[in-house]
Design a protein around this ligand. Structure first.
Ligand SMILES: Cc1cc2nc3c(=O)[nH]c(=O)nc-3n(C[C@H](O)[C@H](O)[C@H](O)COP(=O)(O)O)c2cc1C
Length: 335
């Protein structure tokens, strides 16, 4: 006996609900093939960054200008910008190569915070063959003069601009730091998001006490981190017209089951594959299947959202009740 693990995400048909999150695991075609064989339902490529695109364009323009000053016929010796094989060009080539190598959906990723010329890469990613685009808006609102409204408009303007430039589905990956995350998610969908990826992990800079410098560092996630996106999945399920993906802390088959129960169409994983290798993918799917069969769920479709707020209409009161219960029942003592 087996369970039907198929799911739909961003209008795409996936064989399983486990998606490889944007990270260098999807940067090599050979690894993409292994991930697909292992059972991944789709893969998100690492992000192309706004700053990376703009830096390259400035460098290219500067090089071209430099040539123009000294050589009237500079265009004969300096490579035509169109021929220049930059990091961005390699990214587009990788999309095309990935599409040739695997049959699971390949989702390209753009990472930025402003509406600007770099957005044209969304269209280029589509033209290179991407099945969908994930837009990661990683923005720290460090300007104390910027009210929340302005910050939120930055998000929705960006989503609208990217959405206008493509016809493939658009997923938007954001962090949890909004006064009203659910309302913000709804605004992102109104602006053009077909899917929401919750949540970005913010890499917090630490202070090095020896060098007195700040150092951002990347730590792989803990399973505990999944609880925050899990809560918001449960709150959003059935109330926004968008696909839903959990990212952060999905480490095992149990985590995958919880994401689906809360209402996610898919769960994205990176840290657990880094820690445990490619074999983690089939292991997670096996454990999900075994749990589904034990609980008599035939399919992901049947399971999805059965622990969402739809079974608890007074969710704010429920959440507060749980919060009070946990605090008042705590019996720990200091050692
Ligand atoms: C090495 C590494 C590189 C990553 N690069 C990107 C990236 O380029 N773009 C992006 O949106 N997320 C990136 N992420 C974040 C992951 O896509 C994912 O959202 C995050 O790691 C949480 O999932 P996890 O708990 O399964 O690791 C990266 C994560 C790791 C570990």
């Amino acid at each position: 006996m087996s369970a039907d693990l198929r799911t739909t995400y961003l209008g795409l048909n996936l064989q399983t609900p486990l998606v490889v999150a944007a990270c260098p695991l999807t940067l090599q075609v050979e690894w993409l093939e292994r991930l697909e064989q292992a059972g991944a339902g789709a893969a998100v490529l690492p992000s192309l960054f706004e700053e990376q695109i703009e830096h390259e364009e400035v460098e290219l323009a500067a090089a071209s200008e430099y040539g123009a000053e000294f050589y009237a016929e500079h265009s004969n010796w300096y490579p035509d910008p169109g021929e220049y094989r930059s990091g961005t060009a390699k990214y587009l080539e990788h999309i095309a190569a990935a599409k040739k190598a695997v049959s699971m959906p390949v989702i390209a990723s753009l990472n930025g915070t402003t509406t600007g010329g770099w957005i044209k890469y969304a269209r280029m990613m589509q033209d290179a063959g991407a099945d969908a685009l994930e837009l990661n808006i990683y923005f720290i609102a460090a300007n104390l003069d910027a009210p929340a409204d302005d910050v939120e408009r930055r998000y929705t303007d960006l989503v609208a601009a990217v959405n206008d430039s493509i016809s493939i589905p658009l997923a938007v990956k954001v962090g949890p730091h909004f006064s009203s995350p659910g309302h913000m998610c709804r605004k992102l969908v109104e602006a053009g998001a077909d899917g929401l990826v919750l949540f970005n992990r913010f890499l917090q800079p630490d202070i090095d006490l020896n060098t007195l410098e700040t150092e951002p560092h990347l730590e792989l996630s803990t399973a505990q981190e999944m609880l925050l996106p899990l809560r918001w999945m449960a709150i959003l399920y059935g109330r926004v017209n968008a696909s839903l993906a959990v990212t952060s802390g999905v480490h095992d088959g149990q985590g995958l089951a919880k994401a689906l129960l809360a209402g996610a169409d898919v769960a994205q994983g990176a840290s657990t594959i880094y820690r445990n290798g490619f074999d983690r993918v089939p292991r997670m799917l096996r454990d999900l299947t075994a749990w589904m069969l034990e609980k008599e769920y035939d399919s992901v479709e049947q399971l999805r959202g059965s622990m969402s707020q739809q079974n608890c209409p007074q969710c704010a009161a429920f959440e507060r009740g749980n919060y009070m219960k946990v605090l008042t029942k705590f019996t720990g003592r200091p050692v």
